[in-house]
Design a protein around this ligand. Sequence first.
Ligand code: ATP
Length: 467
Amino acid sequence: MHKQAKVWIVDDDSSIRWVLERTLNQAGIDNETFSDGDQLLQRMVLESPDVIISDIRMPGTDGLELLARISKSHPQLPVIITTAHSDLDSAVASYQQGAFEYLPKPFDLDEVVAITERALAQVKEHGLEAPQTDQLPQTEIIGEAPAMQEVFRAIGRLAHSNITVLINGESGTGKELVAHALHKHSPRAASPFIALNMAAIPRELMESELFGHEKGAFTGANARRQGRFEQADGGTLFLDEIGDMPAETQTRLLRVLADGEFYRVGGATPTKVDVRIIAATHQDLEELVRSGEFREDLFHRLNVIRIHIPKLSERRQDIPRLMQHFFQRAADELGGDPKVLLPETEQFLSHLDWPGNVRQLENTCRWITVMASGREVHLTDLPPELNKDAGPVAEDSEADWRVLLRNWARNELVQGKNHILEQATPEFERVMIETALQHSHGRKRDAAELLGWGRNTLTRKMKDLQM
Ligand SMILES: Nc1ncnc2c1ncn2[C@@H]1O[C@H](COP(=O)(O)OP(=O)(O)OP(=O)(O)O)[C@@H](O)[C@H]1O
């Protein structure tokens, strides 16, 4: 039991208040609930709790405003922010304004108790500072899946620091985007963010690319050139695919990180820089250390804070929103209205494996924007290689075409349509014919054979279908 410690809960949703109240009661934590921020602020004129748990979106004084006011008047008082509208900006804003923790809903009740206890424990030890509120730059990272919420929390927590970060994740998962967000939400936001992909630079040019060179340092070096380290001075240097860095460059990098200075290629005087390093890799760096391909000391220097970005197939629920976002972007760039996925198309796409992750999804959206004729995207509008490239469909077989077909038929009937075979059969035949023709490289005779039709039947069907 916490002696007289009191937690105030503020949320406009009575069911959330009820759940939190019950959970804290069961944990033996004394608490009181409020349905809006103004009520709570009025009470605070006379007394104050030990910890506050507040929702963000509420009528009247919202959670962030409440947080800002309490950070000023009671800088020692931990405020835990909860929200159903979990986006990167609210996570970052919460931490920047001094929130003790940020909890996206639906929350894990054990976690609520654990965090509240942690807040109660630290109350008297050391208070929170009341940081000033910065204008937040917009960083559009989509991610409602729990695995992405973890990433947002990490970005939020690191918002005031200059610490080295190592980002792990498959190609195309958004590592560079996250690195950029870390920079934009850091004290270095006004200075440059320089990104460099180790896998894309020829070995022999790597050192000059990173550290620059003096005039005449090697054949072709006609003038002194700044390296990326100098360009990033005061800001952030993002080293992508760090696992591909050659051994000799690793040694030099380690020295720069230790000394804060380096020599340009062919140079004799050291150059001082103040650069934050964010590194990323899709490889298992520990494994590279074990096999002797990556320096262990450099690994430890980089591996201070680690952020793991999940594969797209581990956050399937984000696929529809990501696609909407990319359709909008493609429409802005290419003109016209953004495409809209039909439910069966959305369902099909959400079940693919997406080995190329978000980048593959983005490219697919561009392809569809250019190639699909109507505004609504049908299954037949998808790039033909998608099945093959996207790997096998998920094992739960929900994306089996018969299931999709059944859903489609049900949908049509629910909407009061009839004669639905008149629509479905030609679509079915069209898909079969197109696929057979692709397979036979456009040779009708072979396509007919593949389909099990006579050549004349194929010709007639194609005419009927206006293909
Ligand atoms: N969560 C997201 N929300 C919106 N756009 C995203 C998201 N994740 C990735 N993207 C977009 O997908 C593309 C690929 O992302 P990014 O380049 O950051 O991946 P990466 O992991 O760094 O890839 P690689 O390892 O191949 O360099 C970019 O255009 C990026 O803007």
